[in-house]
Design a protein around this ligand. Structure first.
Ligand code: ADP
Ligand code: MG
Length: 430
């Protein structure tokens, strides 16, 4: 399954310029692990990083202008790093399968002459097979909605932009005039109707662009959890649904789906979940006469079931996460803010281990990205899975991988738990 090996964020609120993991031009960095946790004090940008992923997903779904306003973001000026006048930029370095060459997606969003956000620049690049070093080949290049894309899965152009000798408009002109080297049947000069929409939204829906399509599908598949126990307590209309939604208010529908489609597998899943949630013996659904769906939990020692409305926040939450992980076609990327809220601390290590196990299964589980405040959760993690965000002198944040600190790595190698080290101030800047 696809994995993000690294990400760079520029000028997005408190994240003026941070890189996690490997990028095409930072090959010396180790890639992100299948499970990653970001820790740090209040106000260092954990929620901001979570929202950076959400913002990217929103940009694809509804265009950059709407994304700037969505989810209370308050518009471009509010989300651009204060005092900066450059564009907001993202770079995602990802691999579709562990055997395929990584692809880099770059996006820059800026204000146009009428002070409305637009897509200033969008690039997709990939090295050629056998190419180990040097500039990867771009196969989608759009500036302000105009540019060049290459169909198929082989061609592209090697562009050394940093040297400043590349002019996309020139390339477009020479392609149109039939004079460009890269001109082939796969090369297309294009113009988008709406420069506030992502090019990957348009070209990623065309069969002719398999590389673009696979990135679009990947981004569309991200699961950013906005789960709240109260949402899970709502009473949805009955009707089986395949996937858990981001708020978790269709937990009952997913249970119904699994009960219907795979009764035996579902029973096995429930048994596994019930083992992990103390006290819970059995979980099923019940349809009310008005067509609503009730989620029923049988507690040990009680004859009558309890309904989701009566269950603890923690139980509902762990149930929803475990159900998400059991999805027969799980999302490629799962991002969860502070999964610890409402959970008993002993359950946290179990949850962390479940996440890791799931993210490293052979059949390809989701990559999992969490932010956390909880040392007990971090206790279950290895130093290369943990990133520490910190605010610098200038008010912007920097990020470090816990494993880059040899002292920390050595102490963990000696058997000390990482969360304990964090608690004792070994992970924060000294
Ligand atoms: N446009 C911006 N430029 C710079 N910093 C910002 C911007 N918007 C918000 N911030 C800062 O970002 C921080 C909020 O980060 P947040 O992600 O909520 O932290 P955490 O979740 O780690 O507690 C605050 O310190 C706030 O001052
Ligand atoms: Mg926060």
């Amino acid at each position: 399954m696809a994995k993000i090996e690294g990400i760079n964020v520029k000028n997005f609120k408190v994240l003026k310029d941070i890189t996690l993991g490997r990028l095409w031009n930072k090959q010396q960095n180790d890639p992100l692990t299948p499970m990653t946790a970001v820790i740090g004090k209040n106000g260092v940008g954990k929620s901001t990083l979570f929202d950076a992923f959400g913002f990217l997903a929103d940009c694809l779904k509804s265009g950059v202008e709407e994304a700037c306003d969505a989810r209370g973001r308050g518009g471009f000026e509010k989300i651009r790093a204060q005092g900066q006048d450059g564009p907001i930029e993202f770079q995602v370095y990802y691999r579709e399968e562990s055997s395929t060459r990584p692809i880099t997606y770059e996006l820059a969003i800026d204000l146009d002459d009428s002070s409305r956000p637009y897509v200033r620049k969008e690039r997709l690049r990939q090295r050629r097979s056998g190419q180990r070093t040097g500039w990867p080949f771009s196969f989608l290049m759009l500036d302000g909605g105009v540019g060049v894309v290459w169909k198929g899965d082989k061609e592209g152009r090697q562009v050394v932009e940093e040297e400043g000798d590349f002019d996309l408009l020139e390339l477009m002109k020479s392609i149109k005039a039939g004079k460009a080297e890269e001109e082939s049947r796969e090369t297309e000069v294009v113009e988008l109707e709406d420069k506030r929409k992502l090019g990957i939204a348009t070209f990623g829906s065309l069969k002719q662009h398999p590389r673009v399509s696979s990135f679009r599908r990947f981004l569309e598949g991200w699961y950013l959890s906005y789960f709240t126990p109260d949402a899970a307590r709502s009473l949805p209309l009955a009707g089986p649904q395949k996937h858990l939604n981001i708020h978790g208010d269709n937990v009952g529908n997913v249970v119904q789906f699994m009960e219907r489609e795979q009764p035996r597998r579902f029973q096995a899943i429930l048994n596994r979940i019930a083992e992990k949630i103390p006290g819970v013996q059995k979980i099923n659904t019940h349809k009310t006469p008005d067509g609503r769906l009730l989620l029923r939990f049988n507690d040990k020692g009680f004859k009558d079931p309890f309904y989701a409305q009566q269950m603890s926040d923690g139980t509902l939450k762990v149930f929803a996460y475990l159900l998400l992980l059991e999805d027969p076609s799980p999302p490629p990327f799962v991002c969860i803010e502070e999964p610890e809220n409402g959970l008993y601390h002993k359950l946290l290590e179990t949850l962390a281990e479940e996440f890791r196990e799931h993210s490293t299964t052979k059949k390809g589980g989701s990559q999992i990205f969490v932010t956390t405040h909880q040392p007990y959760f971090v206790d279950a993690l290895a130093p290369d899975e943990v990133w520490v965000l910190e605010k610098g002198e200038d008010g912007f944040s920097t990020v470090r991988r816990a494993s880059d600190d040899t002292l920390v790595q050595n102490m963990v190698d000696e058997g000390l738990p990482l969360g304990g080290l964090w608690y004792s101030d070994y992970l924060d800047a000294r």
